[in-house]
Design a protein around this ligand. Sequence first.
Ligand code: COA
Length: 325
Amino acid sequence: MSDVRIVGTGISIPQKILSNADLEKVVDTSDEWIRTRTGIAERRIAAPDVATSDMGYEASVRAMHDAGIVSEDIDAIIVATATPDYLFPSTACLIQSRLGAKRAFAFDISAGCTGFVYALKVGKAIIDAGNAEILLLVGAETMSRVTDYEDRTTCILFGDGAGAVVLAKSEIPGILSVSLGADGDGWQLLYMPGGGSRIPATEESVRERHHYLKMQGSNVFKEAVKAMESASIEAIRKADITPDEIDLFISHQANYRIMEAVRRRLDIPSEKVFMNVDRYGNTSSASVPIALEEAVRSGKIRRGDIILFSAFGAGFTWGAAVVRW
Ligand code: COA
């Protein structure tokens, strides 16, 4: 069986910055509270005419350029998103159309903030099974469109952006392991009530603010730490490495304190943890590929390095992956 590697990365980050000081004018909060509880200083907000597929497309073009491939080379496009342009068609189809990737099959994955790690597992399985050789994996979110800027417990956390990678069949092992999990019993702790078949859009649903994300933060916090720790331990075991072999830990950028708690439990030194949550907040499924690209670009990852990804999100879903660069 051949192996699978990440051969290109790209991101798209909106220009508009929403700082903690800006949020102080909107809700009863403070820069100090947000920084100490979350580590977030600012996040990016997409322009009104920009949707998830636009950022996903831009990140894809950059990842393809980085990998040295063209649209015709792509066998499949998988987009992880909780904020698709439309309920249907999939955001993957919209990106496929703009890229002109005529040979590619395309679909979305809904796994909350864990979406990109889910896409990595699915993408690897598709290549391993001989069904494709070159895949585009995208994590893209316009969280600002489902964030309630009257709810101080959630609006401080989220931001917009996209990251993409090109995944390819290879002779050298790249994706060493991916461990996934889910527990639907936690669905109500982090969800958006409106807009689906349960509560479709009506005047009442809008009045009741059902089209915004709802979260019980402290419960989500505890579950995230436990699940990211156990998924990481499993991924490390499956990859047949020891924790001290990890060169860089790229966690889903939800909250500085969550990452710090997971890092301590895994006994990974702080200097091996990549963080950009201070600049982007939680960009859901875009956060891992954005962090990966920034780590590569800033020289924090060198060929042969071992990277641990870990994420947690709505569902609940969680996952971890061990990757050799
Ligand atoms: N500014 C000021 N005070 C705030 C606030 C804000 N933005 N948001 C909440 N508070 C208040 C609460 O009302 C509460 O006040 P009370 O004690 O008078 O009731 C107090 O701060 C503590 O709230 P709590 O929710 O217990 O705080 P916390 O330490 O758990 O931090 C989160 C809140 C949201 C930052 C934290 O729970 C978290 O990050 N959870 C995980 C969220 C997440 O990452 N979700 C996505 C997973 S993919």
